[in-house]
Design a protein. Sequence first.
Length: 198
Amino acid sequence: MNSTRITGDDTSRVSMCIGCGVAVALIAGVLYLVFASHALTSETGFDPNRPVPSNSDLRSRLKPDQYHVTRENGTETAFQNEYWNNVRPGIYVDVISGEPLFCSVDKFDGGTGRPTFSKPISKDSIVEKDDNSYDMHRIEVRAKHSDAHLGHLVVDSTSPTGQRYAVNSAALRFVPTDSMEHEGYAAFLSLVTQVAAK
């Protein structure tokens, strides 16, 4: 009769194999977390070289109202949207690309029930197009990088610039002042804080 006997050497080998397996799993977990956090931080801020996601990706990533506004030229309900009465300091960025578009300093109550601005942060981030839909002539405003529909530009004597950018909240993401540096928008902090300093 041939019996198998477990020796101390066999136990040591099994323990060493289990220990190596656990160490490899831990190292793999740490590497995964490092790369995942790097991927998340690389998506912050605005990178003009970052490709704009496809419409199918946007449909799965955006909320239905965001997709409808930005990709189907929709208009959200007045006074029933996220930022129409937001008065916190910060900047408003393109919900698709993160491109900085408007500053809270330039936001005013235009009576539209939507976020209303006297000017964009930079005219270079905005595209203006003739819009003759609904038997009206208006100027449509789109984000330059993502081609997202934002809203409309109209003449407004109550605006400091004589112009009113009536924008859909669904096309924007608000970045408050205290998050701007962390989210990659530190270069725009002076725009928000310049009024507070006066």
